[in-house]
Design a protein around this ligand. Sequence first.
Ligand code: F6R
Length: 589
Amino acid sequence: MCGIIGYIGEESAATILLNGLKRLEYRGYDSAGMCTIDQSKIQIKKGVGKVDEIHKKLNLTNLSGNIGIAHTRWATHGKVTIANAHPHTSCKEDIAIVHNGTIENYQELKEILIKDGHNFKSETDSEVIAHLIEKFYLEYKDEEKAVLTVANMLKGAFAFAAIFQKNPNILIGVRKDSPLVIGIGKDGYFLASDILAFIDHTDRAIFLDNQEIAIVSRKGVKILTFNGLEVNKSITQVAWEVSDVSKKEFKHFTLKEIKEQVYTVRAALNQDLNKIDEFCNKIKNAKRIYVVACGTSYHAGLMAKHLFNKLAKIYIEPIIASEFLHYGDLTDGGSVIIAISQSGETADVLNVVREARKQGLKVFAIVNSVSSSLVRESDLSLFINCGPEIGVAATKSFTSQLVIIYLLALKLAGLSIEDSGLLKLSKYVREVLKLEDEIQKISLKYYNNGDFYYVGRGPHFPIALEGALKLKELAYIHAEGMPAGELKHGTLALINDGTPVVVLNPYDETYFETLGNAAEMKARGAKIIGVSDRMNEIYDDFIHLPTVNKLLYPIIEVIPLQLLAYYITIARKQDPDYPRNLAKSVTVK
Ligand code: F6R
């Protein structure tokens, strides 16, 4: 995880880096730092906390100079301390680096460096990069050669940027399995984990591929492979829309993104139908179809399993990406992978994709970020088109993923989109959002509870999982989602007087059985929060959803659960946009 940014040009580096850091905070926000070179001296400021807090304390923008690098951290190796925050420097503090990813062989390298007399100041894996560059820079007296040597020594997934006090005219970036993109501005160049970091300055970008190094000066960019061969790369014009990352009138990105679903479910329908056909044809003929994804995207995968099977009689196997290589058999040929990911940068997903492709499998992606590694490494990608999702908890990306899954299921089953009701989805979402005040009232009754349960049957089970995940990650409350019928096989023992249970109970074929389960829980003291299109006296609290085509219902059913988690979080005085310990893009395995 972590976000890195570098700048070289005519402007004040610190101001550009500070704005970039704020844009990259979704990648990690436990500490941050930056350094610039001015009057032949590297100057560093770093601290613990969010970028704004650190800036308030240290005034980051009074670092002078027009070359610099910066970092926002999500700790992997070493606690959240100032010493472990980036940038890290060489012994003489004349080389500085920022790093995203993990260096798997850092212990072995550190031992060698310590024997060579290097002094380490942090507990991070990243610091070895600065010392290794120092070692080879001393030997070769050449920045490019030193970094190339180091890049080839490091194991793991990483992107890093380095600057040299002795040569303030050069910024070097290295990419292996973690994203790094170069921005080409009018008065300078940028290097960053994500175009969002520099989109205010330029929409022209070069995406580095794996095992590439960029040597960036004020005059231009040279790109080498890890073998030292120079490569020509094309410049991509990035869509400006990605820069729309303001909160507008909303207090939090999370609430803004929940509300945006009125529009994003419609944008997801905006698909090239030839591509949908191609996607379906490719998977239809496969011997086995695996869906790989994590977290919320995995819940979308569970919905795909349900819909593809129910509508089109196509059986797919969703597997949590980090488990896949311990489970799935890629060697039998004829399998395909569907990878679902909002960011397209989730390391666990990319790991499976890379292994699958090595073994000759085709990979099809359902993804939000059009410029992500997943898109570049897949055979075909469908875009969910929901715009940047900044709130760490996935909200609008989930409903957009579901829309695409519905489109695919309908196509696979030969059913028409018009008859499905999908075109009216936006209107239903608008209706559900009107329940906001009622949901806030319910949140005030339950926000002090330590445990929540979410239950549902059939397609409502993945929604129960998603509702529980939202509550856990935003409000820090223990929550479990489970099939309604499964509760009595053990978990019922945990139901006490007052335990809130959110019962997803639309008036469909699951209604009476789920109601029976709700009665069992109520008999043991549970408080039942019914989410349904039909009222029942059994509910202690009721969220009344509109009656819609039963196929579509799960898409609107998740929205009150997102709102409930949001308002419980607010009642608990936590920040929903930046939950503790998490990051938006999980780029480490
Ligand atoms: C939950 C959440 C995470 C992500 C997961 C996968 O709200 O945001 O569980 O869904 O980390 O991320 P992507 O979809 O970017 O691969």
